[in-house]
Design a protein around this ligand. Structure first.
Ligand SMILES: C[S@@+](CC[C@H](N)C(=O)[O-])C[C@H]1O[C@@H](n2cnc3c(N)ncnc32)[C@H](O)[C@@H]1O
Length: 186
């Protein structure tokens, strides 16, 4: 991803201000599986309010994203509630995953297939990976996101190998998106 893509995402976060328009189902998915404390890494979390919700639960949250505008929004939102979250600005096409171990790693609405081995490696035994990403079936109702941002059916099971799958489902959700939801542990 080049500088123009960073600019593109900065523009998007600056326009929206409050996260993705479709609403992430990440917190709902992962809440039953969260430890009461621990280190959580939100991959490509941008300015999503998910990081604040997860920090409120008691987790020590770090958001990693290429967009400094999104990260500033995440920090400001947390500060307004006297909650501290950490942020790491990184282009995950070229930069390494922030070093763990991370008790929980979340990925919502961002697909970089090459990243999964590193995500698995940064989990300690018992660590949790949670993923929310739309599948190609989503194209039946919406032309965006484009195909390269969408998972093939059941593809996540290969990407998350050798983790133990706790929950896996792929279906139309209440936000009218066909999403893959995965929770898996190391
Ligand atoms: C669709 S948004 C999802 C944001 C959040 N996870 C959510 O579900 O609301 C995609 C995010 O991926 C980030 N992103 C895109 N390419 C990236 C890259 N190469 N490295 C790191 N973050 C990237 C964008 O800045 C943006 O915040």
């Amino acid at each position: 991803m080049g500088a123009s893509d960073r600019d593109r995402w900065n523009d998007k976060w600056a326009e929206r201000g409050v996260g993705t328009s479709h609403g992430s189902q990440l917190v709902e998915l992962i809440r039953p599986h969260l430890p009461s404390s621990g280190r959580l890494l939100d991959i490509a979390g941008g300015g999503s309010p998910d990081s604040l919700t997860l920090a409120r639960i008691g987790l020590d949250v770090t958001v990693c994203d290429v967009s400094d505008v999104g990260l500033i929004q995440a920090r400001q939102r947390a500060l307004s509630e006297d909650i501290i979250i950490s942020t790491v600005e990184a282009d995950l096409d070229v930069d390494p995953v922030p070093p763990g171990p991370w008790d929980v790693i979340t990925v919502a609405n961002y697909l970089n297939r090459d990243l999964f081995p590193a995500l698995v490696a940064e989990l300690p035994p018992g660590g949790i990976l949670a993923v929310v990403i739309a599948t190609v079936t989503n194209l039946e109702r919406s032309e965006k996101p484009g195909r390269r941002f969408l998972l093939e059916r059941s593809e996540i099971l290969g990407l998350a190998t050798p983790l133990n799958v706790i929950h896996h489902s792929e279906e139309w959700r209440s936000n009218n998106r066909h999403e893959c939801h995965l929770v898996a542990s190391r």
